[in-house]
Design a protein around this ligand. Structure first.
Ligand code: GLV
Ligand code: MN
Ligand code: MN
Length: 399
């Protein structure tokens, strides 16, 4: 094991137990809950150890600064701590741990920043607690209204404002305007690098994607006594819609997933009165995505008519196509001699890309699996990611 891989493992082991579920081996690190708050505390300690002052933007996002926090032309890196339910260890935290280690590498090499470097920990990137992904970066950039964000509620009814302890501060153009670039390092969420010699890639684009909530209303009734012909069962409309989403996505070369469902009253011997399913849909082109969601909606509505159920559709979040800054991405790909890949996954980098030159580095994932405990990366590849990020920060902030 190289020194850097050993240093990576040492730091990684400090956070590895935080929020890990003993049963699944996955992580329950929801935004602003105990596990994530412990990681935020760890972030402050790591920054402190390195003499990096930490600032907060009032939206739940933290920034640790190597250099003057007030100076312009700063370079931003970092990622998020929060996870999906039973998510992998790397999605998010790898970008933050790697950023601290990249700063260590540059310092050890005697490299000093000409421009400040900020390491960010963005809040609620997954949207697993409050429903809207990249909530922190959307707030910071003004991509979501403060009132809407403040009022988002988790499953227990706690609002984002209450979890944050305050009304979110909203857009801070003074802060975003101080950054000349954002580079987010992230674990790869597919198998594109597995068969290659490259441990690190540069992102070209993020597919447009979003979340749509389908509420199917019916009539709750007794499972044993209600004649089949008399039922208004929203579970049927829901089930048909899931199959329709899969078919419509396949027809278009797009992705559609219903990974979350809520049933009322959720009893084995009762016909449900209401079923809610969340559709996550993604496609390479915005028109394809729009066509997909419209087709699924049309099929669901037609089926609801036949089932005697009601349907309401709500768009909970939408992220447009992100084409990362070609100049910056090309420069980094040349610097690192790295392949360039698109992704279907969403990231804070995708939100910030509309506001400043942004790029992403992906670290090889031998399983290709993500949003699951099976997500992985070798220590050697993580060390390669740190080295790559250090070279990028040297290029962008130290010359
Ligand atoms: C975030 O990881 C997303 O792509 O949903
Ligand atoms: Mn994720
Ligand atoms: Mn992520």
């Amino acid at each position: 094991m190289t020194d850097l891989a050993a240093r990576f493992r040492q730091l990684w082991d400090k956070i590895a137990p935080v929020g890990r579920d003993a049963g699944s081996g996955g992580y329950l690190r929801y935004a602003l809950t105990d596990a994530e708050l412990r990681l935020r505390q760890w972030f402050r300690e790591q920054a402190d150890r390195r003499g990096m002052p930490v600032t907060a933007d009032g939206n739940g996002n933290l920034f640790a600064w190597w250099g003057d926090p007030g100076a312009g032309d700063a370079v931003l890196t970092g990622s998020h701590f929060d996870s999906v339910p039973h998510g992998g260890a790397y999605d998010g935290p790898l970008g933050i741990v790697s950023a601290f280690l990249a700063v260590d590498e540059l310092r050890a090499a005697g490299v000093a920043p000409v421009r400040s470097v900020a390491v960010a920990a963005f809040v609620e990137e997954e949207g697993a607690r409050f429903g809207v992904p990249c909530l922190g970066s959307r707030l910071l950039t003004g991509e979501i209204a403060v009132d809407r964000a403040a009022g988002l509620r988790d499953a227990a009814g706690v609002s984002f404002a209450d979890a944050l302890g305050d009304r979110p501060a909203g857009a801070d153009p003074g802060l975003t305007g101080r950054f000349t670039a954002f580079v987010e390092l992230h674990v790869e969420q597919g198998r594109a690098l597995v068969e290659t010699d490259a441990p690190v890639a540069v992102a070209s684009a993020i597919w447009p994607h979003g979340r749509w909530r389908f509420d199917f209303h019916g009539e709750g009734n007794h499972a044993g006594t209600t004649r089949m012909a008399d039922r208004r069962d929203p579970m049927l409309t829901y089930a048909f819609t899931v199959l329709a989403a899969n078919k419509e996505a396949r027809l278009r070369g797009a992705h559609a997933t219903v990974g979350r469902v809520a049933v009322e009253p959720n009893a084995t011997n009762a016909i449900p009165s209401k079923v809610t399913g969340w559709l996550d849909a993604r496609a390479a082109e915005p028109d394809t995505l729009r066509g997909l969601v419209e087709a699924v909606h049309a099929k669901a509505a037609e089926r609801a008519r036949r089932d005697g159920t009601g349907l309401t559709l709500t768009e909970e979040s939408a992220t447009p196509l992100v084409a990362f800054d070609g100049g910056l991405g090309g420069r980094l790909a040349a610097l690192l001699d790295a392949p360039v890949l698109p992704t279907g996954a969403g990231h804070d980098a995708g939100v910030l890309a509309a506001h400043l030159p942004t790029a992403m580095l992906f670290v090889r994932n031998p399983t290709g699996v993500s949003h699951s405990p099976a997500e992985s990366a070798t220590d050697a590849d993580c060390a390669a990611g740190v080295s790559a990020l250090a070279r990028v920060l040297e290029e962008l902030a130290c010359r």
